[in-house]
Design a protein around this ligand. Structure first.
Ligand code: UT7
Length: 352
């Protein structure tokens, strides 16, 4: 059987864009700093009460519509998120019922920003083994819940009032993390390719838990009894901690190395890759990978300016945009690459 290919894509982001200037109202940052250090100009945030399965629903409907298939044709859901609707159950089951496809297996995966290379390998295996025929792969995130400010009226609508000094100081302690993430969802419909020599080629995946402290949530977890306490919340231990500069270096090294390695193992020249679709954590990471691998700029697109880092949703949002703009087409060799909390990182190759 041929490897899986993408037969439909869609994405969805909630509400209106939040500009860098709005974040500069609630903590000591600036549009200039955020743009020059990350490439981000705006991001979106979900409303209170809106979970990743809610963002995933319109993204999935759009992908199914794009694939011209009905939700009832989906026989497997893979839901990638690090910000699930509930601590448990996973968001995949919730999404299945929202789509009206009760009973379809739904598997949540937690590879964070590296989710898509992992999920493509998984989906390919499920299809090859006969366990599934039509897979809905979703990445959806609501990071709003761990943002360090309380003044959402200022962030969302630039309300004209001052921020309390304590609130400003608290948000400021997390400013490196807070400026990079945004919310969104993306979906891909995956099926075995009809054409020989097309579809999923290979993935190279890695995890290294010894570096988990590069990006993790220190409190709120089952190492503690009870797993969440008022003290942990008071100490902001529900907000992720990130060793940004070290993670940035690791991202450049591991992604460049893994692309080289998979190409060598598969006997593929990097020049044969038509499009690199990288996770969007920081434009500086992707520019450094581009330089290290000597990739022509037009072959490694970026949309971080408009969305920020949407973790598991990122690669899917970019893929959907590229397909709809005709920038990736049937026959193209695609290289998906990402690194995230875990640490997990990976690269997947697919010929559309
Ligand atoms: O998606 C999962 C994977 N995630 C990543 O790969 C993230 C990788 N890391 C990054 O993207 C970057 O490290 C950040 C964007 C998070 C931070 O950028 P940086 O260039 O590494 O900044 P830094 O943390 O080294 O901080 C440099 C300076 C510091 O000030 P001093 O000590 O030099 O006076 C920070 O306090 O910039 C300051 N700073 C800020 N200033 C204004 C940190 N965050 C901000 C901010 N606004 N938001």
């Amino acid at each position: 059987m041929n490897g899986i290919t993408i037969v439909g894509t869609g994405h969805y982001v909630p509400g209106n864009p939040v500009l860098n200037e709005a974040l500069a109202r609630v903590m000591d940052t600036s549009d200039e700093w955020i743009r020059s250090r990350t490439g981000i100009q705006q991001r979106y945030f979900a409303e209170d009460g809106q979970g990743p399965s809610d963002l995933a629903l319109p993204a999935c409907k759009s992908a199914l519509n794009n694939a011209q298939i009905d939700a009832s044709d989906v026989d497997y859901i893979i839901f990638a998120t690090m910000t699930p609707d509930h601590f448990f159950p996973g968001s995949g089951a919730l999404l299945g019922s929202k789509l009206g496809i009760h009973g379809v297996p739904a598997l949540d995966i937690r590879q964070q920003c590296a989710a898509i290379p992992y999920a493509l390998q998984l989906a390919n295996g499920l299809v090859q083994s006969g366990a599934a025929e039509t897979i809905l792969l979703v990445g959806a995130e609501v990071h709003a819940g761990f943002m360090p400010w309380v003044d959402w009226d200022i962030v969302r609508s630039q309300a004209e009032r001052e921020v309390a000094p304590e609130a400003y100081a608290r948000a400021n302690r997390h400013r490196g993390l807070a400026v990079v993430f945004g919310d969104g969802a993306a979906a891909m419909v995956l099926r075995a390719s009809d054409t020989p020599d097309r579809g999923f080629v290979a993935a190279e995946l890695h995890s290294d838990g010894s570096a988990f402290d590069h990006l993790f949530v220190p409190g709120v977890g089952f190492r503690r009894i009870p797993y969440v306490t008022p003290e942990a919340l008071e100490a902001d231990e529900h907000i992720p901690q990130m060793r940004g500069p070290s993670l940035l270096k690791k991202a450049v090294q591991t992604l460049s190395r893994t692309v080289r390695s998979i190409c060598e193992i598969q006997g593929i020249s990097q020049a044969d890759i038509d499009c690199f679709i990288p996770h969007q954590a920081n434009d500086r990471i992707n520019r450094a990978v581009r330089d290290a691998l000597k990739i022509p700029p037009e072959k490694i697109p970026s949309n971080i300016a408009r969305f920020g880092n949407t973790s598991a949703a990122t690669i899917g949002i970019l893929t959907d945009e590229l397909r709809r703009e005709g920038r990736i087409r049937e026959g193209d060799l695609l290289c998906f690459l990402g690194i995230g909390a875990g640490l997990n990182w990976g690269v997947a190759l697919m010929r559309l």
